[in-house]
Design a binder for this molecule. Structure first.
Ligand SMILES: Nc1ncnc2c1ncn2[C@@H]1O[C@H](COP(=O)(O)OP(=O)(O)OP(=O)(O)O)[C@@H](O)[C@H]1O
Ligand SMILES: [Mg+2]
Length: 182
């Protein structure tokens, strides 16, 4: 998928648009999962869905634009030289991200496991409020289940060892990915 930003309806507001580069069953599934999950959740620490398009092989998802990009961009990417992330701000970003993930695990119905928490998927708005994004790998957990065995998904280096080895997306496994974001 490719991210781009655009003016919305000629207004002064900028939006972010994710567009599928080429259509495949796998990409279509990720698109459908992301739209379904974003439509179910609303929390200050999760990126909001503004709209989507599924027409022919065209797949677009429209989000709020996050002007401070991601934790990864701030630490290692295009904003790294500006040193915007002091320790107090980092602590708030970690707590806000954890609150977003806790909402997915405990309050969303059914519960949701993100499965791809990492620094480039934790975005930052104009006030450096963290917004967890990218739900294409997420998994809905049926009521009462403590774990679901699935194919291992996510990004190598951010997977909790017990998840990578056993394929169980335990709720604690997502939280350990946050530790790798610092
Ligand atoms: N709503 C948004 N506003 C601003 N930038 C965004 C937004 N959503 C994503 N981005 C940025 O766009 C870039 C591409 O995002 P994308 O999710 O496609 O790739 P990624 O997070 O780098 O890797 P991966 O494909 O493994 O998730 C990233 O740098 C991400 O931080
Ligand atoms: Mg991403």
């Amino acid at each position: 998928m490719r991210m781009t930003c655009a003016n919305w309806n000629d207004a002064a507001e900028i939006i972010a648009v994710k567009r599928l580069k080429s259509w495949s069953n796998k990409a279509e599934k990720e698109f459908a999962v992301e739209v379904e999950i974003l439509a179910r959740v609303r929390h200050k620490s999760l990126l909001s869905l503004r709209g989507y398009c599924a027409e022919g092989q065209e797949r677009l998802i429209v989000y709020d634009y996050m002007p401070n990009l991601s934790i990864h961009s701030q630490l290692h990417g295009q904003h790294a030289a500006e040193c915007n992330l002091g320790w107090e701000r980092r602590m708030k970003i970690a707590i806000d991200s954890a609150e977003g993930i806790a909402y997915l695990h405990h309050y969303a119905t059914p519960h949701i496991i993100h499965r791809d928490v990492k620094a480039s998927n934790a975005l930052l708005d104009s006030n450096f409020q963290a917004r967890v994004a990218d739900f294409g790998f997420a998994k809905l957990i049926p009521d009462g289940a403590t774990h679901v065995t699935t194919k291992v998904k996510g990004t190598l280096g951010y997977l909790a060892p017990e998840y990578a080895m056993l394929g169980k997306p335990l709720k604690a496994a997502t939280s350990s990915a946050l530790e790798s974001c610092s």
